[in-house]
Design a protein. Structure first.
Length: 230
């Protein structure tokens, strides 16, 4: 009212257009905040952002198991390695248990559907022969687990590995041997022993070079993690 009643206003103009609006904000119905087109664009941007965030979470969850395994690289598993990308599982055949002196021909593909611990060893390798009793006990301790220990002896003469098994009284490990002495090269190693874990689809999970105490708590914690993935 003060503006309307003030003196000096033009007779031909509405007085209110000169009124200062100090305590209010004019909202244009066409401003971005109330424009339907703007709101639609904003909603699409928010939806896209949400989808991107969801995709990121999914990718992180898919990659986290491999990353989590690095925490087991200590103690008995201090040489644990998680290779990325994971090397392909060897397709080479080797001799497995069976009737007759030569057993039967098998490959790692025959163990698909269960977790596999491939151990490559030899009777002429001191750390290898020291590790076999521990592997035998490991297989015995997991009767209900979906885990198969496949210890492959690199021997020109299978009878050498058979004799060693009898000497130390192996009871739970099947005898496998590679008379071509090539399976170690197939997995990309030169030293023995080497132990490699594969999941039921045949994908490498991790590998460990050297002798391992398979009855240690470090191993038990590691196996508890990977076997719980099913």
């Amino acid at each position: 009212m003060a503006c309307i009643m003030s003196e000096g206003l033009s007779e031909n103009r509405p007085p209110h257009i000169f009124c200062p609006l100090e305590d209010s904000v004019m909202v244009d119905p066409q401003t971005p905040n109330s424009n339907p087109a703007f709101l639609r664009i904003a909603m699409r941007v928010l939806l896209l952002f949400g989808l991107c965030a969801m995709a990121y979470v999914i990718l992180q969850s898919c990659s986290s198991p491999k990353q989590d395994l690095h925490r087991f690289s200590k103690g008995a598993l201090k040489k644990l390695e998680v290779l990325d990308p994971a090397p392909a599982q060897p397709t080479r055949t080797f001799t497995g248990p069976g009737t007759g002196p030569d057993g039967k021909t098998v490959s790692l593909r025959d163990f698909r559907g269960q977790y596999v611990l491939l151990n490559i060893w030899a009777t002429w390798c001191a750390p290898c022969v020291a590790e076999i009793p521990s592997l035998d006990m490991l297989q015995a301790s997991k009767p209900d687990a979906n885990l198969k220990v496949v210890a492959v002896a690199m021997e020109r003469h299978r009878v050498d590995a058979e004799s060693f098994y009898k000497t130390i009284g192996v009871q739970h490990l099947d005898l496998y041997s590679d008379e071509s002495l090539s399976i170690a090269a197939d997995v990309g190693v030169q030293g023995l022993p080497i132990s490699i874990f594969y999941d039921p689809s045949g994908k490498e999970i991790a590998r460990i070079a050297g002798e391992v105490d398979w009855q240690s708590q470090d191993v038990e914690d590691f196996l508890g993690t990977i076997l719980a993935r099913d």
